[in-house]
Design a protein around this ligand. Sequence first.
Ligand code: ZN
Length: 154
Amino acid sequence: MPPALSILECDVGRGLFAAEVIAAGCEILRFTGPLLTLNEVRANGAGAANALQIGVDRYLDLDGPGRFANHSCTPNAGVVDNTRLVALRAIAAGEEIRFDYSTTISDGWTMACRCGSPDCRGLVVAFQLLPPLLQRRYAVLGVVQRFMLEEVEA
Ligand SMILES: [Zn+2]
């Protein structure tokens, strides 16, 4: 049974929240949506922030609750196997569920960050541009899109 979730107002619009306690390692949801190329994502303009990169020129135009998962520089969730959102630690009921968008970005897309974390990087950038230690931490946690790890290791 996937955990109960709610979509609530938050300081960046709407966000995805735990409606009950979610245990560490638990699958929160699977990202779904129509498959797009990078050109199609760029043609979407403002909607580009709703695209999840799952391959070199492959994106999901997110629908469902996954569309509302916001970014954090200190995330409580991560993306495993391209489309599974998994809890990195226990998440309290009422807590917003967020992952680090940089773990799924390899193109030139950037976003100013106001996530409020003491470790906020200020700008969300491609995975390759993260500090090497942070890249390694996410790789060890298994929450980096596979096609990007192949690029880093190559
Ligand atoms: Zn941040």
